[in-house]
Ligand binder design. Structure first.
Ligand SMILES: Cc1cc2nc3c(=O)[nH]c(=O)nc-3n(C[C@H](O)[C@H](O)[C@H](O)COP(=O)(O)O)c2cc1C
Length: 163
């Protein structure tokens, strides 16, 4: 069995996207969290997934909702990433979010947005795996933000590997 530290060190070598997932609960309240665990899952049907800690303050809202929106952040949106990872604050005070696909809070300057109906909530240890069926997408022109070695970074100007 590997130690927590060794596991975390190995996973820090895996570059990931930086996304903010948003939803609105039955009372009309907005919820959101920063996630690097966003990835595509299936093409037919079109499915994506994002993992959410079971202890997170947003967990009940996201597992009880019918839909969520993934905002894939652009390089100039590191501040939004930090804001939506902050605990015990109203994460929406920055005012960056406007109603987008499905009327859910979204970022006009996002690198991409993926709107989903909640398809399945699967068990993933101390996280829940939120599987969404994609209902709408937006593809932006902005360069995406990348999380690597616990640091916000950019994708090395998207240079191809030689050879
Ligand atoms: C770059 C980055 C990536 C993160 N990725 C995830 C993630 O994939 N899943 C998750 O549950 N929390 C992730 N977090 C933590 C959440 O954004 C948030 O801080 C956490 O859910 C605690 O929030 P709470 O105060 O709502 O409990 C990430 C934070 C950062 C800064």
């Amino acid at each position: 069995m590997t130690s927590h530290d060794a596991f975390r060190a190995a996973m820090a070598r895996v570059p990931g996207p930086v996304a903010v997932a948003t939803t609105i609960d039955a009372a009309g309240r907005r919820w959101g969290f920063t996630a690097s665990s966003f990835t595509s899952l299936s093409l037919e049907p079109p499915l994506v997934m994002v993992c959410l800690g079971k202890a997170a303050s947003t967990h009940a809202a996201f597992t009880g909702t019918g839909a969520f929106l993934i905002n894939v952040l652009a390089v100039d949106q590191e501040g939004v990433a930090r804001q939506f990872a902050r605990s015990g604050v109203d994460r929406f005070t920055g005012g960056d979010m406007v109603p987008c696909e499905l009327g859910l809070p979204g970022l006009p300057g996002a690198a991409a947005r993926v709107a989903c109906d909640l398809h399945t909530v699967a068990d993933g240890g101390d996280h829940s795996i939120l599987i969404g069926r994609v209902t709408a997408t937006f593809t932006g022109a902005a360069e995406p933000l990348v999380y690597y070695e616990r640091t916000f970074t950019r994708p090395a100007a998207m240079m191809r590997v030689p050879g």
